[in-house]
Design a protein around this ligand. Sequence first.
Ligand code: HEM
Length: 348
Amino acid sequence: MATATTRSRTVVFAPTIRDLLARDEKVFRIDPAKVGVSDSRLMAEIVAARPVLSTERSVYKPAAGAEIPHDSATRTIRALGQDAVAGSRKPPPPARGMAGAWPYAGTSYLRRWLFSGDPLPVSLLSKRGVTRSDTLSRLVDRAATRWPGSADQDGRTALAGLIRDADDPLDRRQAVAMYRRATATLCDGVAALTGNALWLMGPERDRPEQRADLTAILWETLRLLPPAWMLYRNGGAAYTALHPEIRPEDDVALFPLLMHRHPDYWSDPLEFRPERWDGVTDPEKAPAFMPFGFDGARCWAKHLIVPLAERLLTVALDSRLTVRGPQQEAQVPLRSLLSVRFEAQVGA
Ligand code: HEM
């Protein structure tokens, strides 16, 4: 499963991912305290067996020392949806901003496109130079909590509005954390997906038939190189009855990446074939395909991701974004988001 035969390019996975892709079994021991699963039915059963713990969440894990209340979580997603739609209707920033090291160039470009209208210091919350440093992040968090901007500022996003309109100090500190996490998850995830698609499309990307169905290209990318390639559950107590390999003290790692490449579930699984999605009205109902998780913990933002990636991919293709040099092979490092690393140039 390790060597993906794309149209003309290959990816080299980090050794740990390569080892996982080499496993034939769909339930296997990774180490003395961890079981891996790529069986479609068992994965769905595990996710349904118990709700995600608040500490296992990424966007909605506790912030400012307290759980995120459900109504504030739904407000955040609604605001993010409004901002993603309104932002992507604005003209995109100059295309030269997409040149450089992907997926980071894509992340910075999206942040500029969607969130740069926010007043200082709030707009700094989503800046890559800041999010990479814990110290800077803490300073900017404090500044944004203190000076969240005023109501009459133009171009402010709905997410920034949630910071300004917070009722009390805890609410405001949580709104700051939500802004940072929601913008980061959106921009990092969409940039990873778009970069993976650009890589998989290969140099033939300008052929008219490639341009015809970018949605199918993105669904096929979500199959072959899903940004959310592993889902994790701490402790096996709720799962022991589901499979004899899982013991109460085990953690459980679920692998959409392995499931999406298994020959039991897919024909020519390693081939990048967007055509396989022709006529599929609801890709998420395809068996053994779960790029946005399973019932019980399904992604709240899934409706935003593919349209936004399609918009970014369109701008990249219109600007003739190409991979720099004669690169036929690129690395996929071991990170929580699966993304191909390559250097891109504009208008070549
Ligand atoms: C390319 C981008 C994204 C991908 C591929 C993705 C994928 C996923 C996957 C696979 C899950 C299931 C996790 C599990 O069962 O452990 C999930 C859950 C979730 N995602 Fe996303 N996601 C993306 C972006 C976002 C964004 C931008 C947000 C919101 C800011 C978001 C919010 C959530 C939430 C709230 C859950 C539910 C987890 C829970 O129950 O707390 N996701 N996502």
